[in-house]
Design a protein around this ligand. Sequence first.
Ligand code: RIB
Ligand code: CA
Length: 346
Amino acid sequence: MRQKIIVDVDTGIDDSLALLYLLASPEAEIVGIASTAGNVSAEQVAANNLAWLDVCRAPAIEVALGAAEPVAIPLRTTEDTHGPHGVGYADLPKSARPLSDRSAVQLWIDSARAHPGELVGLCTGPLTNLALALRLEPGLPRLLRRLVIMGGAFNHPGNTTPTNEWNVHVDPEAAKEVFDAFGAAPRRPIVCALDITETIEMFPEHLAALAERAGSLPPELVSATDPAGTRSAAANPIIRHFSDAVRFYFEFHQHYDQGYLAHMHDPFAAAVALDPALAVLRPATVDVELTGTLTRATTVADWSGMWGREPNADIVIGTDPALFFDRLITRVGDFARALYPAEEVR
Ligand code: RIB
Ligand code: CA
């Protein structure tokens, strides 16, 4: 039985790998991709989504354009983290695929109504479009089978300010509206926050293993000593484009003294969306600070009912990163090999 999933992304380097993971997973049936402004503009996110579908020779999957701005504040993007076009150094060929006639907001609403109780929602960017959809369809939490969110930081430092995480930082009002609304959901949203996603550390060795699994030559040997911006020579286009994308992320993390590595926030959330057993969950009541001078956009978890409010989230408090990478490398590597057999792309 395939799992119907709507994917809301701000593609993004790690969003790209989340898309690859889902496209490589036979059990995933992507009913649509919502393009949310965040890492880069909504238009650029949509263009990246369409371009990745081309690279993956994917069937006609609907890609919808999201709102240009967050629900209450001007958009802030982060090209310094994800590159000028949001996919690092990758130069993805522009796609001729058409954008959906529907907005990302309408895609959320129509998809949830079309598949009541069946659809898993995965959000790996700001929650702008989901919040706007909730305003028009307050029944969304009961229509979805489950929601999985990459976002927030709880007992863990932020990555954008000392206490907040990027996706929530971009649109904190939307995040609050989503957490408030999903308190009524039959299943609490699964929240993959920095506490866990910063343990999902991709190293060059993972990239080399992915290329090897794909049968791509020459071996994909990316090193911290390479000149910045070195481009991949991988024969397999999926490996080549993803390596060019993630090298930018390696350099970004190294620049901020986190090591020559890349936190794979979004593909981890995608893997959990398909298999929640990957995660150890703990219920909590989550709210978002909107008025703090120093703490605006901080996600706060009440683990023990101090607020007297029902839990509205299942926060991931544990996982096995090695198991995740094994699954990622196997799935995406086999997918890349099947699409571009070595003898075809020499
Ligand atoms: O804070 C990490 C999150 O922000 C990831 O989803 C990354 O892609 C950016 O959107
Ligand atoms: Ca993202």
